[in-house]
Design a protein around this ligand. Structure first.
Ligand code: BV8
Ligand code: ZN
Length: 255
């Protein structure tokens, strides 16, 4: 694939890359997105499931929904898009700021990950905050805390809930410093996460969108690449690997 010349120039001079990712990067791993045709929100209403009041009024129904998603995620594997981001660490300082709770960036081995909306593999008691990690058998009803009998919930951020301050503040700092900000597989409409690429742009970063279709943010990016993340990201990695001379010599000592 031929990439835009000024993007190639940016790749040759950049030191730090930030990948802001959404459900689209995990679509090729078989995990349904939220708003796509087979999207989760087609079948389920976010406000009916991904919020605290829904959990309190019907904990089994919400727990069952997360167990359904965990089953899919457990059977899924990171794809070429996740691995390309990992491998770019050999050439750049790479930060991954994700809205995904599926931990596929973690399973692909990326070093610097900021989970803005939590991680579905973690759970905690809503009363005494004791954490329960690892899988509960998928048939189980909402489990109770061994310490205090409280309800156990997934460690994800529900609508109306604050993002994990530490992850958000660090991610925002990385957005201020990055040279290139990639916006991969997200409709970029959920806030305050969607401020991250805006912060990057305000601080002079070159914005690249990788999506199978235009989104809310397409008119604000420097380069919109229409295509599948699992195909485009490996192409970008190969392009970087094809760079010779100074670029390689300079990056060699990174390893
Ligand atoms: C809060 C975890 C207050 C749970 C999630 C400002 C303006 C407007 C609204 C608000 C605002 N500020 C706050 C709000 C309200 C709300 C919000 O943003 N609503 C939206 C819907 C308008 N935000 C909140 O409620 C946030 N909390 O504000 O709290 C507060 C503050 C302080 C103190 C106390 C309280 C919390 C939001 C977090 C909600 N949790 N997830 C769970 O997963 O169950 S959000 C969830 O949905 C995901 O994490 C993600 O963020 C979002 C889905 O978006 P995407 O990942 O982008 O997925 P989507 O399907 O939409 O798009 C996929 C894209 O991929 C598409 O573009 C598609 O074309 C593309 N694609 C598909 N295949 C591929 C591909 N691209 C490339 N390759 C492919 N193969
Ligand atoms: Zn408890």
């Amino acid at each position: 694939m031929e990439f835009k010349p000024d993007f190639i120039e940016k790749l040759k001079t950049a030191k730090s890359l930030l990948f802001f990712t959404g459900a689209g990067i995990s679509a090729e791993s078989g995990i349904p997105t939220f708003r796509g045709d087979e999207g989760l929100w087609k079948k389920f209403k976010p406000e009916e499931l991904a919020n605290f009041n829904a959990f309190i009024s019907n904990p089994d129904m919400v727990w069952e929904w997360y167990q359904y998603r965990r089953k899919i995620i457990n059977e899924a594997k990171p794809n070429a898009g996740h691995f390309a981001i990992k491998e770019l660490e050999n050439f750049y300082d790479v930060d991954v700021v994700t809205q995904n709770v599926d931990n596929l960036h973690g399973r692909a081995g990326s070093k610097n990950i900021y989970e803005l909306h939590g991680n579905i593999e973690r759970n905690y008691c809503i009363d005494c905050k004791t954490f329960y990690n690892g899988n509960f058998d998928f048939e189980s009803k909402v489990p109770k805390c061994k310490n205090c009998g409280g309800l156990i919930r997934p460690d994800v951020v529900w609508f109306g809930e604050a993002l994990p301050p530490e992850a958000f503040i660090k991610a925002d700092k990385k957005a201020e410093q990055c040279d290139i900000c990639f916006i991969v597989g997200t409709s970029a409409i959920v806030y305050p996460a969607a401020y991250i690429p805006i912060t990057a742009k305000k601080n002079g970063a070159y914005l690249v969108e990788i999506n199978i279709q235009p989104t809310e943010i397409t008119n604000q990016v420097d380069y919109s690449i229409v295509g599948k993340a699992g195909e485009i990201l490996p192409e970008i990695l190969n392009k970087v690997k094809s760079f010779t001379g100074g670029f390689m010599a300079e990056r060699k000592e990174k390893n």
